[in-house]
Design a protein around this ligand. Structure first.
Ligand code: PLP
Ligand code: COI
Length: 340
C-alpha cells in the first residue's frame, strides 16, 4: 500500500505501483490506451527491441506540491524527444497528445504513490517504446508497444544535494560522434554500463565521457549533462553525442534569468581547472554538484570549493528549479502541467 512507504528512505529504484498503461501500434495506427496491473509485457521472441535494440524511452517526474496538487515538468518536451529518438531508430512514435494522455493517466491511477511534499521523493515516470513482432533481418518492426509505468523514487545519488566525486573515463566511449548519443535509446545505456560500474567500484558517483573522436572535450556526465560555472557564466557542452537534457535546457534558462551569462560550447578537459563550480543535471540527477573530478590516467585531480557543500550558484539554481517543479515559485516559462 502506498501509505506504508517510508518516503524519505526510498532509493532511486523500481518500486511496484498499482497500474501501468500500454498502447499498441498495429496495422498503421495507434490503438486505445489500455490500463494494466501486470508488471510484464508479452511479445514475440523475434521482436526487434530484443535483438536489434529497436527501442527508446523517456524519464520524467511528478511532484506533489504544498497545495496537494500534482505537477509534471515539461511533459511536452519529453513527448517530442521520444519522437526524435523513435525517428532515428526507424520506429513509430506515439503522437504528443497520446504521450501526454498516457503519462497523465498513469499518474492519476497511481496517485497514492506520488510522494508527499518535502519528503525528498518524487514519482518517476518511465515511458518505453518497443519494436515488436516476428522479424529476423535487420528491419524496422511491424508493430510497436508504448508502455508507461512509474515508481516512487528518492535521490539518484544517495548523498542527495551534496557534492560527489566523479572520474574521467578514457577507456570506453558511450556513443560515436555520428551515432546515437543524442537520443534516448537503450543501447547508449548498455554501452555506458561497464564504465558506470567500474567508476562506482573505484568510489566515484559516475564517469564523465569525453568526445569519442579526439578525447579533448567534456561530453556526457554519466546519466546527466555536465555544467561548469565561472566568472558569472554557466558553461555546458556543445556536442552531437550528448542527450539534449530538458533539465539542462531549463537550468540554462533559469541561469540567464538569474543574471548568469550562458555558453554552450566545447569544454576542453584542461578547462576543468578553471571552474568555480561544477555539476551535472538531469531528471534523475536534478542538479547534482560535483566536488572533485579525477583524471586517473593522467594523475590529475580537480577540486571545487568545500567538498561537503554545494557552491552558491548551484544551490540557487537547484532551489529555483525545485521551487518551480513543486509549484512554490511562479511558473513564468509555462513549464508545469497540473494533473487533475
Ligand atoms: N544525459 C543522459 C545520458 C540521460 O540519461 C539523461 C536523463 O534523461 C540526461 C542527460 C538528462 O536529460 P533530462 O534532463 O531530459 O532528464
Ligand atoms: C533520467 O534522468 O530520467 C534518466 O533517464 C537517467 C536514468 C538512466 C536513471
Amino acid at each position: 500500500m502506498g501509505n506504508e512507504i517510508k518516503w524519505n528512505e526510498l532509493p532511486f529504484g523500481y518500486h511496484k505501483t498499482d497500474y501501468n498503461v500500454r498502447c499498441h501500434y498495429k496495422d498503421g495506427k495507434w490503438g486505445e490506451i489500455e490500463v494494466s496491473n501486470s508488471e510484464t509485457l508479452t511479445m514475440h521472441m523475434a521482436s526487434t527491441c530484443l535483438h536489434y535494440g529497436q527501442e527508446c524511452f523517456e524519464g520524467l517526474k511528478a511532484y506533489r506540491g504544498q497545495d496537494g496538487k500534482i505537477r509534471v515538468f515539461r511533459i511536452e518536451e519529453n513527448a517530442k524527444r521520444l519522437q526524435s529518438s523513435a525517428d532515428y531508430v526507424m520506429m513509430q512514435a506515439p503522437p504528443v497528445e497520446l504521450f501526454i494522455e498516457a503519462v497523465k493517466k498513469v499518474i492519476k491511477l497511481n496517485e497514492k504513490f506520488v510522494p508527499p511534499y518535502e519528503s525528498g521523493a518524487t514519482l518517476y515516470i518511465r515511458p518505453v517504446l518497443l519494436g515488436v513482432g516476428p522479424i529476423l533481418g535487420v528491419h524496422p518492426a511491424p508493430e510497436y508497444i508504448f508502455c508507461v509505468f512509474c515508481s516512487p523514487v528518492g535521490a539518484y545519488f544517495k548523498t542527495g544535494f551534496k557534492p560527489t566525486k566523479v572520474m574521467i573515463e578514457r577507456h570506453y566511449d558511450r556513443a560515436a560522434p555520428l551515432g546515437t548519443g543524442h537520443i534516448k535509446v537503450g543501447g547508449n545505456y548498455a554501452a555506458g554500463m561497464r564504465s558506470g560500474i567500474e567508476a562506482a567500484q573505484k568510489g566515484y558517483s559516475t564517469a564523465i565521457f569525453l568526445d569519442s573522436k579526439e578525447k579533448k572535450y567534456i561530453d556526457e556526465c554519466g546519466p546527466a549533462n555536465f555544467f561548469g560555472i565561472k566568472n558569472d557564466t554557466y558553461i555546458t557542452p556543445q556536442s552531437n553525442s550528448i542527450l539534449p537534457s530538458i533539465t539542462n535546457k531549463s537550468v540554462t534558462a533559469l541561469a540567464e534569468d538569474m543574471g548568469l551569462k550562458v555558453e554552450r560550447r566545447h569544454i576542453p578537459v584542461e578547462e576543468l581547472a578553471t571552474f568555480e563550480e561544477v555539476g551535472e543535471c538531469g531528471t534523475a540527477a536534478v542538479i547534482s554538484p560535483v566536488g572533485q573530478i579525477d583524471d586517473p590516467d593522467n594523475g590529475v585531480s580537480y577540486t571545487y570549493g568545500d567538498p561537503n557543500v554545494a557552491g552558491p550558484w548551484s544551490t540557487k539554481l537547484y532551489n529555483r528549479l525545485r521551487a518551480i517543479q513543486y509549484g512554490d515559485y511562479e511558473d513564468k516559462f509555462g513549464w508545469v502541467t497540473i494533473v487533475d
